[in-house]
Write a protein that binds this ligand. Structure first.
Ligand code: G3H
Length: 541
């Protein structure tokens, strides 16, 4: 197979795109949502270039997918003020609404969202190059997440529907919202990861200003009407544009109570530092990671290869949870690297709509050049690209590269590559990968591949104190979404899962009183009259 040739002709002519995947006209999004109103923007627009190029008589041209608004500081502050007004210091309709009603609104949103599946999936493919299968999975997983969140909240609410009487004091303890939440999601899961903070933040009674990632913006446009229809005015507000122009003033205002951000630790640090009263800001952060796969001498090679291929190259390696460094023991390095690079050679590459495709073009401008630079640096240091055609570039497409042996001192040994490059290091002493994990600035997950329970046990105990998930003979991953997703060091702040997220976006609050006759009468009357949504023993089934 001549990979160079195939890569050079990877981009289709318009006539080769199946009708169901075609974009009939540019997606010019001028809408944004503030205070329940969908407004139209007449100012400057940011052009959205798809990672997909199309063949034309003049050569391959990058497809212009559409554009989105570059709002100014004025609209950003209006969005913030709208969220503040809807929250109204906790007195607004949304934060004081009963849990049952909030759940009803969320279910309406999920129903309206489901109707937009095809539109959102198509934009996911064109905007960030995600395969049709993975785009559908992202959409369906997100709807599933909403449904699971509703169930988890019912469970939480049931547990809070009772009184606690302790040392002569009676109390009802519930979780109350934090206030105004600024939600910012990442480009690799622009729908799912954004919604894993947005949905729990909303359902707990917070009001939200929401800015999509730099890439993966248009796909949220079809959901604006659903937000406007399902939630009271001001509860969800969307802003688009340059972070410096619109996010800096929002953070500097000091009116954000919670920052939910998924992206780089560099940007998270800047945002947090902009808040004038950092002690008032709760942060929920999903940041970088460079998860290692440690392959022990007795590992089941076939199974390890399968897990490491999906672990390192699903969505082109653009997952925070991807395996970004493999350590293989000397004794099996030849066999493992050969079988691994064969498996990579068998991955299907092409356009996102092609059935069974694994490797697709990359959305971030300049990424193929960066990946090439880092692999070239490793090659200059004595490493090789093992798979045929690995590292071949055509515009936004980078053919996956298995780089071996990667050693200390090379960029790929430490850099989070976030792309289709798989660095493999060889070790003789388990102390080397163990030291690598301990010295890494990241602390998200690790995978250990092997059969000997005593060897694995010896690794588990130190590793669980370095990262937040140790995967045995399995790739690193976030799911299932009911499992805690967290990270140490530069990888995260706070824990997310369906149920943990409800806790992260709320604070335990109680109504308490000495248990005497007067208080007992007052509490009883409030509950009998159902005059409070907080002090209530109503039970949601
Ligand atoms: O980019 C990070 C995502 O949370 C990864 O999720 O492991 O389910 O692909 P995943």
């Amino acid at each position: 197979m001549d990979i160079q040739k195939l890569v050079s002709s990877i981009f289709p002519a318009e006539t080769q795109i199946p009708p169901s995947a075609k974009i009939d006209r540019p997606v010019i999004q001028t809408q944004f949502l503030i205070n329940g109103q969908i407004r139209h923007w007449n100012g400057s627009q940011n052009e959205v270039l798809s990672p997909i190029f199309l063949q034309t008589p003049e050569g391959a041209k990058q497809f212009v997918l559409g554009s989105f608004p570059m709002l100014s500081q004025k609209e950003a502050m209006e969005a913030l003020d709208s969220a503040c007004a809807a929250y109204d210091n906790g007195q607004g309709q949304w934060p004081t609404m009963s849990v049952r009603e909030r759940i009803g609104r969320m279910e309406t949103f999920a129903r309206l969202m489901k109707a937009k599946r095809d539109e959102v999936v198509k934009l996911l493919m064109w905007e960030i190059g995600k395969s049709l299968d993975d785009s559908r999975k992202e959409f369906d997983r997100t709807v599933g997440y909403i449904i699971a969140t509703v169930e988890a909240l019912k469970e939480l609410d049931r547990a809070s529907s009772k009184f606690v009487i302790e040392s002569g004091v009676m109390a009802q303890i519930r979780r109350a919202p934090l206030g105004v939440v600024l939600c910012m999601g990442p480009y690799n899961y622009p729908l799912n990861e954004t919604f894993t903070t947005l949905i729990p933040a909303l359902i707990m009674g917070n009001c939200v200003v929401f800015k999509p990632a730099k890439y993966g913006v248009l796909l949220l446009g079809p959901l604006l009407e659903a937000f406007a229809e399902a939630f009271p005015p001001g509860v969800v507000n969307t802003v688009y544009g340059s972070g410096e122009e619109i996010i800096t003033p929002i953070m500097k205002s000091g009116k954000v109570d919670c920052l939910a951000f998924i992206g780089s630790s560099r940007v998270a640090d800047i945002l947090k530092a902009q808040h004038p009263r950092p002690h008032r800001l709760r942060s929920v952060l999903g940041l970088g990671a460079k998860n290692a796969g440690i392959i022990l001498p007795d590992a089941d090679i076939e199974q390890t290869v399968t897990e490491c291929v999906i672990g390192s190259l699903s969505f082109n390696g653009q997952r925070c949870t991807a395996l970004k460094m493999l350590f293989v023991h000397d004794s099996i390095a030849d066999e493992f690297t050969r079988k691994f690079s064969n498996a990579v050679e068998n991955l299907k590459f092409g356009m996102p709509w092609e059935p069974g495709v694994n490797i697709t073009p990359l959305p971030v401008p300049g990424k193929p050049e960066d990946l090439r630079k880092w692999t070239d640096e490793a090659i200059a240091g004595g490493a090789k690209i093992l798979n045929e055609g690995g590292g071949t570039v055509n515009e936004t497409y980078f053919h996956p590269a298995v780089v071996f042996p990667v050693k200390a001192g090379m960029v790929l040994y430490v850099k989070e590559q976030f792309g289709p490059v798989v660095p493999i290091a060889q070790y003789s002493d388990i102390a080397e990968p163990a030291r690598w994990v301990a010295q890494s600035p990241y602390g998200q997950q690790v995978s250990v591949f092997g059969k000997d329970p005593s060897q694995i046990a010896k690794l588990i105990d130190p590793l669980v104190n370095q990262v937040c998930r140790v995967n045995i003979n399995s790739q690193c991953q976030r799911g299932p979404d009911t499992f805690p997703f967290a990270g140490r060091k530069d990888s995260a702040e706070g824990t997310l899962s369906v149920s943990d997220a409800l806790r992260v976006f709320s604070i335990r609050t109680l109504v308490a009183g000495k248990k005497n006759e007067m208080n007992t009468e007052i509490f009883t009357a409030i509950m009998q009259d159902r005059s409070s949504n907080f002090l209530s023993t109503d039970f949601i089934l």
